[in-house]
Write a protein that binds this ligand. Structure first.
Ligand code: C2E
Ligand code: CA
Ligand code: CA
Ligand code: CA
Length: 284
């Protein structure tokens, strides 16, 4: 359709797709209100269990952020994390996520001292580069009283690959503090395990696509299972633990257990849930 539209300040007839334009406007609206949204407390966290594949024991939970938007309702992180990275508000948002996660984890630790669970928090690339992540983490641990061993930070491969200077110093400082570092979505990027093993990293989170490629009626002989088996073995030799993401059924859980994967996360165990549900689980 031809619409009369203003482009570059000049009004003229142009082709434009109203749907695409609406999408762009939503993005702009979200982007420009992100910063205030942090101050207004519009974000909430859900927690998804990480379960020992052998024992069935709850080992930890991953904190996943949602935006309770006044107009658009509850938004999934895929709708706004990218925007927050682009405009820099991820630094503030990430700091809030970290503080709220540690506060909640400390409550669980106090209420259930005999069943310690760790909290795993996603950290965006920009938080490592543009903020004083190490000082923030130290301050938050101090304020909340959460033992550093109960905090795990999830960074993507791209955040640590080729990391020299600042990110590398941050990783070392955090690991010296006793905080654990996990590589998120492992296997989707460069996947240089040898390189990863030289960093102060203690866990790999295998990307969900591996498990989704496991054997099924349609794929009797997938490469993924063999690859996962080799990855887990190598990771263990390098002293890393392995968590599989997107475990959606009992069969996948059993295969992963046999392969020797340490923990599983996914709908088979639980969807991401409110903090109260985790408290109930711990109390049960
Ligand atoms: P992620 O870190 O890979 O998180 C796992 C995602 O997989 C979550 O999506 C979770 O709900 C989903 N998931 C869990 N189990 C299953 C399953 O069995 N099957 C399938 N198909 N999916 C499952 P969610 O909550 O929408 O988060 C999406 C992404 O947003 C996260 O991917 C993470 O990269 C990012 N994100 C979430 N919270 C934060 C945060 O606080 N900070 C930053 N920087 N990024 C975040
Ligand atoms: Ca993650
Ligand atoms: Ca992941
Ligand atoms: Ca992912």
């Amino acid at each position: 359709t031809l619409y009369w539209a203003k482009a570059d300040g000049k009004a003229r007839w142009t082709l434009f797709d109203p749907e695409r334009n609406a999408h762009r406007m939503t993005r702009q609206a979200l982007s420009s209100t992100l910063r205030q949204a942090v101050e207004r407390g519009e974000f909430i966290l859900e927690y998804q269990p990480l379960v020992g594949l052998d024992s069935g024991v709850l080992r930890g939970v991953e904190a996943l952020v949602r935006w309770q938007h006044p107009h658009f309702g509850r938004l999934a992180p895929d709708r706004f994390i990218g925007l927050a990275e682009e405009n820099g508000s991820i630094v503030q948002l990430g700091r809030w996520v970290l503080a709220e996660s540690c506060r909640q984890a400390r409550v669980w630790q106090k209420d259930h001292p005999d069943d310690p669970i760790f909290i795993s928090v996603n950290v965006a690339v920009r938080q490592v580069w543009d903020s004083d992540l190490v000082a923030d983490v130290a301050a938050i641990l101090e304020e909340t009283g959460l033992p550093p061993e109960l905090l795990q930070l999830e960074l993507t491969e791209s955040a640590v690959m080729g990391s020299a200077g600042r990110p590398l110093q941050a990783l070392h400082a955090l690991s010296e503090m006793g905080v654990r570092i996990a590589i998120d979505d492992f296997g989707t990027g460069y996947s240089n395990l040898a390189y990863m093993s030289r960093l102060p990293v203690s866990a790999l989170k295998l990307d969900g696509s591996f498990v989704q490629g496991f054997r099924s009626a349609e794929h009797p002989n997938p490469a993924d299972e063999t690859i996962v088996e080799a990855l887990v073995e190598l990771a263990h030799r390098l002293g890393l633990t392995v968590t599989a993401e997107c475990v959606e059924n009992a069969e996948q859980a059993e295969r992963l257990r046999r392969i020797g994967c340490d923990t599983g996360q996914g709908w088979h165990y639980s969807r991401p849930v409110a903090a109260e549900r985790i408290s109930e689980l711990l109390a049960g």
